[in-house]
Ligand binder design. Structure first.
Ligand code: NIG
Ligand code: FE
Length: 424
C-alpha cells in the first residue's frame, strides 16, 4: 500500500507514544521534534521521527512532501460548539452596542428563543447546507474533530430536526463529529411557568426518539439561575444516562449555584464555561476536594474564552484551575449568540493573552485534552502512530510561541485531513 513521506519538518508538535489526559504541570509539557519526518499510510500516521533517523524500508513511498520551514501540529479538537443554527444574530449584537442588556434583549424575544423561532421555520436541508458550509470553513481553519450540540429546537420536532442534521454531518464529514443533545438549553415561552411540563417533554417526547434513531452521544443542560436548576439538571441527565448518553454540562457561566457538585455526582465527562467560579468550585474541579457525596472528579474543565470575550465577561480562571490539577480543554463555543466564531487559532491565542496560559498549555488544551473531552483520544489530538493524519501545516514561523502571539494573522499554510490536503 502506498505511503506519503513528509520530510524536513522544522518542528513536529505534540509527538507522543501514549495517550495521557494532561493535568496540572503536565499541561505545559508539549513534546516536539525539530527537523522531523512523518509517514502517512491509509490516512493515518504510520511513523515519525528525526530526519537523521529516517528509515522507511517497509513503506512503499509513492509521494514525498517537503515541509521545509514548516511547523506541523495535530489539527485542533473543538469539543464544544453549537454549529447548527438557522441564522446569525448580529442585530442583537448592535442592540447591545447601543446599551441594551441581555435580559432586555431576551424580553424582546431575542437570545436562544430567537434562534429557536428561526429553527422552527427552517428545513432540514437548509440547516444541513448552512452547517456544512460552517464546518468546511472550520476545517480550513485547522479543526480536525468537533462536537456539535442541538439546543436551538426546544420542541420535539425542532430538537430532532437539529440532531438529524448533526447525524447527516457525521455521516458525510471527513473529520470525526460527536453529537450532544441540549434540549435543556432554555425553557420555551409556553413552559416558562411549567418547568415540569418541559422536562416531561424532554424525557418522554425527545429521548425515546434519540434512543431509537441513535441521534446523540452526550446529554447537556444549561445549569444556571434563570435556566435549569441543579435538581432539574440531575433529573434530565439521569434520563439521558438511562439511554446511554454521558453528561456534559454548561455550568458556572453566570452564577455558581451548585452545578459543579451536580456534574461530579453525574460523573460528567466535561463541565464547560466556568467564567464564575468560587475557590470551592475550583478545588472540586481539580479533584483536590471530594464532593458532598464523597466523589473525587477526574473529568475535564472546558474553557471557552471567545464566549467570555464576546460577552465582555471575566475570563475563565485557567491558571487557578491548572494549579488545582484540573484537566483543561479549550473550545470555541461557536454559536450565533455568544461566540459567532469557531476559529480555534483565535481561541488558543485568547487562552494565552487573556487567561495567561502558556503556548504549550493552550496547544495541549486545544488538541489532546480536547480529544479526551470528546472521547476521541484514540483517533485524534496528537502525533501518535495509528491516529488520523489530521494535521496543520503552518507558514514559516520563528517559534511555536509565535502562533498565539501573532493573533490576527492567518498562519496556516495547508490542512491535511485523513492524509489528504484540503483542496487537492
Ligand atoms: O454556550 N450559554 C448558553 N448557551 C450558549 C449561548 C446561547 C445563545 O445565546 O445562543 C453558550 O454560550
Ligand atoms: Fe455553549
Amino acid at each position: 500500500m502506498s505511503a506519503t513521506l513528509i520530510t524536513n519538518i522544522q518542528l513536529l508538535v505534540n509527538t507522543r507514544t501514549e495517550n495521557v489526559l494532561l493535568r496540572g504541570s503536565a499541561l505545559a509539557d508539549l513534546p516536539c521534534i525539530e527537523d522531523a519526518y512523518l509517514i502517512v499510510e491509509h490516512g493515518k500516521i504510520a511513523a515519525y521521527g528525526l530526519m537523521d533517523d529516517l528509515v522507511h524500508n517497509h513503506f512503499t513511498i509513492t509521494d514525498v512532501i517537503d515541509a521545509e520551514g514548516q511547523t506541523v501540529l495535530p489539527a485542533w479538537c473543538d469539543s464544544h460548539t453549537h454549529l447548527v443554527f438557522a441564522a446569525s444574530r448580529e442585530e442583537e449584537f448592535v442592540y447591545k452596542l447601543k446599551g441594551m442588556s441581555y435580559a432586555d434583549i431576551a424580553a424582546k424575544g431575542g437570545g436562544i428563543l430567537n434562534s429557536a423561532n428561526k429553527i422552527a421555520a427552517a428545513t432540514e436541508d437548509e440547516l444541513y447546507n448552512s452547517a456544512w458550509a460552517r464546518l468546511h470553513e472550520l476545517v480550513q481553519l485547522g479543526t480536525g474533530a468537533i462536537e456539535i450540540k442541538s439546543g436551538y429546537g426546544l420542541s420535539v420536532e425542532g430538537e430532532i430536526k437539529l440532531l438529524r442534521v448533526i447525524k447527516r454531518l457525521k455521516q458525510h464529514s471527513p473529520i470525526p463529529i460527536k453529537a450532544t443533545f441540549l434540549g435543556a438549553h432554555t425553557y420555551p415561552l409556553q413552559y416558562k411557568e411549567n418547568h415540569q411540563g418541559y422536562i416531561d417533554l424532554i424525557i418522554n417526547g425527545m429521548l425515546p426518539i434519540i434512543a431509537e434513531e441513535k441521534l446523540a452521544d452526550y446529554i447537556d443542560v444549561f445549569c444556571e439561575e434563570g435556566f435549569f436548576s441543579p435538581a432539574e439538571t440531575e433529573t434530565i441527565c439521569k434520563a439521558g444516562m438511562a439511554i446511554g448518553l454521558k453528561t456534559k454540562l454548561h455550568v458556572n457561566q453566570l452564577n455558581s449555584i451548585g452545578g459543579i457538585e451536580k456534574g461530579i455526582a453525574l460523573n460528567a465527562v466535561s463541565m464547560d464555561h466556568l467564567e464564575t467560579m468560587t475557590q470551592d468550585d475550583i478545588q472540586l474541579m481539580g479533584g483536590q476536594k471530594a464532593s458532598l457525596s464523597g466523589e473525587v472528579w477526574r473529568g475535564i474543565g472546558t474553557l471557552l474564552p471567545t464566549a467570555a470575550f464576546f460577552l465582555r465577561m471575566l475570563f475563565q480562571p485557567a491558571r487557578q484551575l491548572i494549579d488545582a490539577h484540573c484537566a483543561i480543554a479549550l473550545a470555541s463555543d461557536y454559536n450565533p449568540g455568544s461566540s459567532p466564531s469557531g476559529n480555534m487559532n483565535l481561541v488558543v491565542s485568547m487562552g494565552c493573552i487573556q487567561m495567561k496560559m502558556l503556548p504549550e498549555e493552550a496547544i495541549n488544551a486545544a488538541t489532546i485534552n480536547g480529544a479526551y473531552a470528546m472521547e476521541l483520544e484514540q483517533e485524534v489530538g496528537s502525533i501518535m502512530v495509528g491516529k488520523r493524519a489530521n494535521l496543520i501545516f503552518t507558514k514559516p514561523v520563528p517559534s511555536l510561541a509565535y502562533l498565539p502571539y501573532a493573533f490576527g494573522s492567518n498562519l496556516i499554510d495547508k490542512v491535511m485531513v485523513n492524509g489528504v490536503f484540503l483542496n487537492d
